[in-house]
Design a protein around this ligand. Structure first.
Ligand code: ADP
Ligand code: GLC
Length: 480
């Protein structure tokens, strides 16, 4: 099939979270499986500075109608491997910036212009380069307007640009909501603005466009597919989701075994596998050393790697923070995000040296060392569409402690509830829930035979993208 992905992030070129890992791995494996895969990304500074993009060919000048103006840009192209082509929609003014979506303090004020331009640039490139896609697959709000802008362009030019469109929700909490005043820039007909169209409480929702107008809608776990049809998790779009229930499926993400595999991982100090965990002990030692944690404690080391946002349950962690000092447990957190969480954790790290450590860098190597070196990995998310780290943890023999929501519930089997199959510990996303999880982790840690069995089962699970890619293939074929 000719498959075109359209997204704002792709590992290894540009990443703020799991979206990048998911898009990079899915595109790569579909290419390996013989499909002709293209990925469209904004021409961010980070991508243009990546070595693969150094020789990117200037393929096409763009002149994009936005309201009553024409905005220029260009398409640059490079091919990282066989069957995979990356197209960059470039315009310095929009994308040659340090941050992707904002300054860290707040979002850029012209994000609506930037992503309307991006999507229109993609559609224009599909047309002028005659890519003739079987499937055009957009990801998250940045590509939300794609299915609707694509179909209107087809009508206007009398050409078919894609046989089928697919839209994947990686996180319904980020919707790309903008003032009505930005709508004319789309050049879409005004009747699309109603409540059955792009309107969302008096504003415009880009994500709603993807949900309503794509031929198929997917999200990244079966449980999250059900959750987003409820008011508790739907972020105001539950009603819209329900109208697409028949075309909605939840396809679990996978992990890229070329990158997240303890037997081959070049980013960790020692490699190991399910039959020989000596390397894991070496990684643990290195993690303790690098974070200046106390060496002479007998309790476990807990790790956490995540964006420091509400979603990730940092309030639950902070409410339970005394647990670590009371039980002489060590905790390493790697994450950047909201200042209130950064400063609370930084203060705790300063108050309890050797027990709690915080690193606010974006540090790919450190994220691998934490997965490999920790005994337990904590993910007390309030909601989690899929979550990748709990799968990485299992592959690395690190027992995940997760709240029982979304993809976390779909990928972690509780070792107390199901002693024969358990691979982790799960609990409701509450202060008491996490407390119970931490207590149960201590008990598990003190029982080496049971701990070894839980680890082994986790390491033996198949979370590979090969499985996930087959599910997407089947969906594309069914749609076609
Ligand atoms: P989300 O996409 O909601 O952030 P996921 O669990 O799907 O959550 O993916 C998060 C990804 O981002 C993981 O690969 C994780 O290791 C990575 N990550 C998050 N924060 C950092 C950081 N500070 N340094 C390195 N990697 C990080
Ligand atoms: C989002 C979600 C996360 C998911 C990732 C990749 O960022 O928050 O749960 O794993 O997308 O699909």
């Amino acid at each position: 099939m000719k498959i075109v992905h359209v997204a704002s992030e792709m590992f290894p070129y540009v990443k703020t979270g799991g979206l990048a890992d998911a898009v990079g791995a899915l595109a790569g494996i579909l290419a390996d499986r013989g499909h002709e895969v293209s990925v469209f990304l904004p021409g961010y500074r980070a991508v243009l500075e990546h070595k693969d993009a150094a020789g990117a060919e200037r393929r096409l000048p763009l002149k994009i109608e936005m309201g009553d103006m024409f905005i220029t840009g260009e398409v640059r192209v490079f091919s990282p491997k066989k069957n995979l082509t990356v197209y960059l929609i470039c315009r310095e003014e929009y994308f040659d910036r340090r941050g992707l979506y904002g300054t860290g303090e707040r979002d850029y004020e012209d994000n609506h212009h930037r992503y309307i331009f991006f999507v229109k640039g993609v559609v224009e490139a599909l047309r002028l380069l005659e890519l003739q896609a079987d499937v055009v697959h957009g990801h998250d709000w940045q590509a939300g307007l794609l299915p609707v802008i694509l179909r209107y362009a087809e009508r206007r030019h009398g050409a078919t640009l894609a046989l089928q469109t697919v839209f994947t929700i990686h996180n319904i909490a980020f919707q790309g909501i903008f003032p009505m005043g930005s709508f004319p820039r789309t050049n879409l007909p005004g009747d699309l603005l109603g409540i059955d169209g792009l309107e969302y409480y008096g504003q415009v929702s880009m994500m709603k466009g993807g949900i309503l107008f794509a031929d198929r809608v997917t999200t990244v776990s079966p449980r999250y597919a059900r959750e987003i049809q409820t008011p508790e998790f739907g972020c105001g779009l539950e009603g819209v989701m329900a109208t697409r229930a028949d075309d909605l499926s939840g396809l679990l993400n996978g992990i890229d075994p070329a990158i997240w595999n303890p037997t081959t991982d070049p980013l960790i100090p020692a490699r190991y596998g399910v039959d020989n965990l000596a390397g894991k002990a070496a990684c643990r030692g290195e993690l303790i050393r690098q974070h200046k944690l106390k060496k002479d404690l007998t309790g476990p080391v807990f790790g956490m790697v995540c964006r420091l946002t509400e979603q990730k349950g940092l309030d639950l962690l902070l409410a339970n923070i005394d647990f670590f000092a009371e039980n002489l447990c060590r905790l390493v957190v790697l994450g950047a995000g909201e200042k209130r969480f950064e400063s609370a954790l930084a203060q705790l790290a300063a108050d309890t040296p050797g027990l709690i450590s915080l690193s606010t860098r974006l540090d790919e190597a450190m994220s691998h060392l934490i997965e490999a070196g920790a005994d337990f990995f904590i993910m007390p998310s309030h909601f989690e569409p899929c979550g990748l780290n709990q799968m990485y943890s299992q592959a690395y023999g690190t027992v995940p402690l997760v709240s029982r929501v979304g993809g976390l519930a779909d990928t972690v089997i509780d070792a107390d509830e199901d002693p024969a199959n358990g691979t982790g510990l799960s609990f409701p996303p509450t202060v008491e829930g996490l407390h119970d999880g931490l207590e149960r982790a201590l008990r598990l840690f003190r029982d080496p035979t049971r701990l070894a069995a839980v680890r082994r089962r986790g390491m033996q699970r198949d979370f590979s993208w090969a499985r996930a890619a087959k599910a997407y293939e089947a969906l594309y074929q069914d749609a076609l």
